[in-house]
Design a protein around this ligand. Structure first.
Ligand code: FAD
Length: 499
């Protein structure tokens, strides 16, 4: 039997990996990662994603080294690289796990057909989703635009397949070391290292200290995160998930995005945790677990919507919003103020600073900063989407588009446009102790809690004794929340009338 190529993409793990297992049946396996950001259309990964990818590939190379098989890292045109590898190794089969972004689907279709025409056996597999987008259909055979019926249909469908084990052994091909650029006395360990550096994924000016201290990219890091979350946090996920100062959510999103862990594995681990029981009330525990699984469901829904509406990352699903009267923003001045977390609205600024420092932001705060950008500042959701794309370590085309169109009111199952989050009320409700604000905006940490949410309303002596001079230590609010809300609603009326 000839060797088989396993083309690694965003499935950076060994367990529950059907393409890897299929390729491992061959005489030898050639695992290759091909760096081809230009093939992602307009959505080449951003800076935070690149940082993550670098470290995740390094972890994966070490994992392959333990099997004695070098990970090959190349960059360039994917099809040409695969063909070159076929020529170098005599491989007769190529396997990969599917991705669902429109540009990638198109590329993969072409590559599959071309390689089959070359006489190779080519198979793609599902490692990323519980239910692939075309398998869940409405009664009339269409796609879903609302989450609840979508998720009900998923729950009615067959239970997710149990996850697959990691391969026990992997066989290397004869010239594996040479192909992987392995060097010295420990070829497996050095394989891929130079190639990885040459991809230039790390920032040239090191802004990534906050990311390093928060995250452990790679399969082991994903499992450490899940295993910490399940016993400690799952039972209180509902309502703990809503409080940004608490570690109330799993923080699995970047691991899921890069395929360091798969949803089938998360699903099974949650069921096992439920079966183990615990101290909390069983009904509350089950409800919490259901809510958590439904968040995995939102991830599935995002992929479903993107698959059926390939223009979703760029264009409002509700076409009426294409004519929304956004505000002019000369020199992107307002946008930059929002990006830097200097709006003068503490919950918004805390979120934007958390994002910049750690590559992640709590979901509730994502909704609040999004609403502030799109409604109070009346800047296009695509501008927020692009900033998140560059700065999030979990930046994901499906989930990011869904999140931004939800916020804007233009998407599938979106918040109605007239629902404008009041960031002060949100802050009082979900950061009642002001801890999140104090952490991300130390300048406000000495203010009494009740004034941290809206420091511009604090009496002058209170500000003075906390050492806060507005406009010096912390900005004045860049807009009046009430007036800007009214302006947003008036703008919405315009497109309503037009539609
Ligand atoms: P948990 O609460 O522990 O949820 C578990 C998993 O479910 C997450 O890891 C994630 O994979 C999935 N999930 C949870 N909520 C959602 C959701 N609303 N939509 C889709 N999947 C969800 N999520 C991304 O993964 N990538 C993005 O680029 C992204 N951009 C967003 C932009 C905006 C404006 C908004 C409002 C939300 C966005 N989300 C995005 C969804 C959500 O905020 C994150 O998935 C969540 O905060 C990740 O934290 P967690 O892993 O602790 O989530």
């Amino acid at each position: 039997m000839a060797p088989a190529i396993y083309w690694i993409r965003r499935d950076l793990r060994l367990a529950d990996n059907p393409a890897l297992l299929a390729a491992a049946q061959a005489k030898a396996i050639i695992p290759v990662y091909i760096h081809a950001p230009h093939e992602a259309g307009d959505w080449a990964p951003g800076a935070a994603s690149n940082w993550w990818l670098h470290h995740s590939l390094a972890a994966l190379a070490s994992a392959y080294a333990r099997y004695g098989v070098p990970l090959i890292i190349r960059s360039g045109d994917s099809l040409a690289t695969l063909r070159a590898l076929v020529a170098e190794t005599g491989a007769e089969a190529v396997h990969w796990n599917r991705l669902y972004e429109p540009a990638t689907i198109e590329r993969d279709r072409h590559i599959k057909q071309t390689l089959r025409d070359d006489g190779l056996s080519v198979e793609s597999h599902n490692a990323a989703l519980l239910h692939e987008p075309w398998t869940i259909r409405t009664g009339t055979g269409g796609d879903y635009k609302a989450f609840t019926p979508f998720w009900r249909a998923c729950r009615r469908a067959a239970e997710p397949e149990p996850p697959l084990p990691a391969p026990q052994t992997l066989a290397r091909c004869d010239n594996a070391d040479a192909m992987a650029g392995a060097m010295g006395r420990d070829p497996a360990a050095t394989a891929g290292a130079a190639a990885l550096e040459s991809l230039g994924l790390l920032p040239t000016i090191d802004w990534a200290g906050g990311l390093r201290s928060r995250w452990q990219p790679g399969e082991a890091g994903a499992w450490a995160r899940l295993e910490a979350f399940l016993p400690a946090t799952l039972a209180a996920y509902e309502p703990g998930r809503d409080y940004p100062a608490r570690p109330g959510t799993s923080r699995l999103s970047p691991h899921l995005h890069f395929g360091e862990i798969g949803p089938r594995q998360v699903w099974q681990a949650v069921q096992a945790q439920l079966a183990r029981g615990g101290d909390s009330d069983p009904a509350a525990r089950t409800e919490s677990a259901e809510t958590f699984l439904s968040e995995i469901g939102w991830r599935e829904f995002a992929h479903h919507v993107l698959f059926h509406h390939p223009g979703f990352p760029d264009h409002p699903l509700n076409a009426r919003f294409a004519d929304f009267p956004w505000q002019a923003d000369p020199g992107d001045a307002m946008l930059k103020t929002w990006q830097r977390g200097e709006t003068g609205i503490p919950l918004v600024d805390a979120g934007m600073r958390e994002l910049y420092a750690t590559g992640w932001m709590h979901n509730r705060v994502r909704m609040v900063v999004g609403s502030f950008l799109v409604k109070n500042l009346r800047l296009p959701w695509q501008a927020g989407e692009a900033w998140f794309w560059d700065t999030l370590v979990d930046a994901d085309l499906a989930s990011n588009s869904l999140g931004w169109q939800w916020v804007a009111g233009s998407g599938a199952d979106a918040a109605p446009y007239f629902r404008v989050f009041n960031p002060v009320r949100q802050s009082e409700r979900f950061d009642a102790e002001g801890d999140y604000i104090a952490h991300w905006i130390p300048a406000l940490a000495d203010l009494p809690v009740k004034h941290r949410h809206a420091p511009w309303e604090a009496p002058a002596p209170v500000l003075e004794s906390a050492g806060v001079t507005l406009g010096v230590d912390y900005p004045h609010p860049m807009v009046d929340l009430k007036e800007s809300r009214q302006a947003a609603l008036a703008a919405f009326e315009q497109i309503k009338k037009a539609g």
